[in-house]
Write a protein that binds this ligand. Sequence first.
Ligand code: PEP
Ligand code: CO
Length: 492
Amino acid sequence: MAPAGNRLGQALTAYAVSMPASHAEKRSPDPGSTVGASVSALHDTHAWHPGSWRSHDASQQPEWPDTSALDEVLDHLSSLPALVHAAETDRLSRALAAASAGRAFLLQAGDCSESFSEFSARSIETRLRVILQMAVVLTYGAGLPVIKVGRIAGQFAKPRSAPTEIVGGHELPSFRGHMVNSEQPDERSRIPDATRLLAAYHQSAATLNLLRAFAGGGFADLRQVHAWNLEFVQRSTEGDSYDRLASEIDRALRFMAACGIELATEETLHHVEIWTSHEALLLDYEEALVRRDSLTRAWYGSSGHLLWVGERTRQADGAHVEFLRGIANPVAAKIGPSSTPDEVIALCDRLDPDYRPGRLTLITRLGVKNVERALPPIVQAVSDSGHPVVWACDPMHGNTFAAADGRKTRRFDDIIDEIRGFFTVHRDLGTFPGGIHIELTGDDVTECLGGAANVGEEHLRLRYTTTCDPRLNARQAIDLAFQVADLLAGAK
Ligand code: PEP
Ligand code: CO
């Protein structure tokens, strides 16, 4: 992991709040005002401003019924403290630069869609335990540092394929994530409510508070490696494999201590850094949380460390890409099976104009059937272009289908096989398979089929609690980590 330290001074420096005008003013700019000046600059495609996305096509934005209520919320958000800070965000950029060069591996994992109703210390802790366990398995198995990034503390908004959906035979406005509306199947619950943006901010702040406490406060100490195993995992074959690995780590630590290495003062053993990430979908919210670093004058998205554009919003000339291109955070783009090499290069040129290692992660989510055919031309084109991207595999979103009872699900074997295909393509082309992007939960859910517990279609109804896509449970996630560790060991 990239060392902390050279920006310590900056870590202590608060951001200057960057929103000089209210949101209502931005919608109808006064040509004489500062905001008017910046809005006129938007017509110059090269001038970036936190609101420059407004002159591009923005798909997937909710139709808020009351724009004055929205403006009030956005003004309030603009005045609130940053959720994440420039120095942390820059450390992630440096860590990702190592992944782009084959010297680290990205583990990005968490909920498909965080929930307001499932918000508790326990649910954060269980997700964190699984991520720490997976990271230990990968680090130990492959001998590489693992960059731990949660889909957490901000992953509340969902892109949808259609504006309406059929629930129980009724057509309703689509559920767009708890930051927008409720999944309850009635017309009223589906009306977008801007106060949910504030609730999402506050839930993100509380989640980050707990994550930072866990990461630095003893819970993530490597000497606790046995304790991370969740109860329902302990009794399983994956739990046994994990326990064996944990015992080997214990032995290695005892050995080092016996050799006179002072473990108590070895900082890296006692805390980890957990970064946050989410899809930057609701651009009003993201804009309201842009802050300017008072030392470097760079703009940062302060809603999360790593922000990405999804498969539905990755158009190089669209509003989402316009927003991401101006922030100093590391950014990512999902790449689906319809992506052409030219589109991907246009995206790289837009998001990584300076060819900066760690700036851009391409998360391919092609589906097990497409990966070995669709990935090579894209990887080849990007390699030829010289953009030093991190290549990550999302083996979830290209492998979703509806089970007989209508529930969305994914097969564990398809997920593993897409990752295998991803490793094969990168091996053949001499590029580094730099990470995985996984939807998971610490709970014993039955949402994805197969794996060691052999979840069948008949089990889906038992513990299917996701508000959006099906997630791996902790046993499936640890099983996956062992298999990826083997692939990674072979890829180094
Ligand atoms: C997601 O990550 O939950 C998602 C919707 O992904 P994609 O944009 O790749 O479909
Ligand atoms: Co999803």
